[in-house]
Design a protein. Structure first.
Length: 252
C-alpha cells in the first residue's frame, strides 16, 4: 500500500516536470517568432537573433533528451504501479476466498450444533405471554419500538422449544396476527413430535393474550432452498374464545 502511494506521487511529479519543461520551451520559441515578425531588423539584430535561435535550439534538443528520460521513468513507474495493484488485488481476492470459506465452515458448524441440541418440552408454566404489553401494542399502531422488543424477546425464548437454526416471530398489528417462522435442515432436525406438541402448547398459552385473533406457524426447509414444508393457522373470533385450527398444509 505504501509503495503504491509513492509510485502515484512519483508519476504525478514526473508528469508535472515534463509539462513545465515543454511549456517553458514553447514559451521561448513563441517569443523568438514574435521578434522575427516585428518587421525589418538591422544586420546586427539579425545576427544576434540567429545566435539566440541556435542557442535555444540546442537547449530544445537537451530538453527533448531529458523529456525522453523522464517519460521512460514515468512508464517504469506506471508499470510498477500496475504490477503492485495486480498483486494487491490478488492478495485481496485470496483473503476474500479465505473469509468466505471460514464463514461457510462456521455456518455449517453452527447448523450442526443447533441440530444436535435436544428440543425441550414447552414449560408447564408457559413463557408468561400475558406479561407483555399487548393492550398497548394493539391499541397504538405506532408502537414500533414496543413491537420490536416483544418480537425479539419471544424469538429468543422460543428457540429451545422448536430446535431450528432460525426462529423468527412477527406480529401484524392491523390483523392482530402472531406469526412464527422456523427455518432449518428438516433432514437433521429431530424430535418432530415434541415440536408439534410445543406448537399446540404455545397456542394454548396464546389464548390469554388480549385482542390476539390469529396464530400462524410456518416451517421452511433450508436444505431445499427454503421451501415451505409445513404451515398451519389457528384462528378465533374474539379473545374470549380458544384458538381452533382452521388451516394446515404439509408438503411430504
Amino acid at each position: 500500500m505504501f509503495l503504491s502511494i509513492i509510485l502515484k506521487v512519483a508519476i504525478v511529479f514526473l508528469v508535472l516536470i515534463i509539462l513545465m519543461l515543454n511549456g517553458y520551451r514553447f514559451f521561448i520559441n513563441l517569443r523568438i517568432r514574435k521578434v522575427e515578425q516585428q518587421g525589418v531588423l538591422s544586420n546586427q539584430a539579425k545576427k544576434k537573433l540567429q545566435y539566440i535561435k541556435e542557442k535555444e535550439q540546442s537547449k530544445h534538443i537537451q530538453v527533448f533528451l531529458v523529456n525522453g528520460f523522464l517519460i521512460g521513468l514515468v512508464i517504469l513507474c506506471v508499470s510498477m504501479y500496475s504490477f503492485q495493484t495486480e498483486r494487491n488485488v490478488e492478495v485481496l481476492q485470496a483473503e476474500s476466498r479465505r473469509l468466505n470459506d471460514e464463514t461457510y465452515a462456521l455456518k455449517k458448524e453452527q447448523k450442526q450444533l443447533v441440530t444436535k441440541i435436544p428440543v425441550e418440552n414447552y414449560p408447564k408454566k408457559g413463557l408468561n405471554l400475558v406479561d407483555y404489553s399487548w393492550e398497548q401494542l394493539f391499541q397504538d399502531k405506532k408502537e414500533n419500538q414496543l413491537q420490536s422488543s416483544i418480537e425479539n424477546d419471544l424469538s429468543e425464548k422460543l428457540v429451545p422449544y422448536f430446535g431450528y437454526s432460525t426462529c423468527i416471530l412477527s406480529i401484524n398489528i392491523p390483523t392482530k396476527t402472531l406469526s412464527l417462522s422456523l427455518v432449518g435442515d428438516l433432514n437433521q432436525s429431530s424430535s418432530k413430535e415434541i415440536i408439534e406438541e410445543n406448537m399446540k402448547k404455545f397456542v394454548a398459552e396464546a389464548k390469554d393474550v388480549p385482542k390476539l385473533t390469529q396464530v400462524h406457524f410456518q416451517i421452511n426447509n433450508s436444505s431445499e432452498k427454503n421451501t415451505t414444508v409445513y404451515s398451519c393457522t389457528y384462528d378465533r373470533k374474539d379473545d374470549k374464545q380458544s384458538f381452533k385450527l382452521v388451516d394446515e398444509t404439509t408438503d411430504k
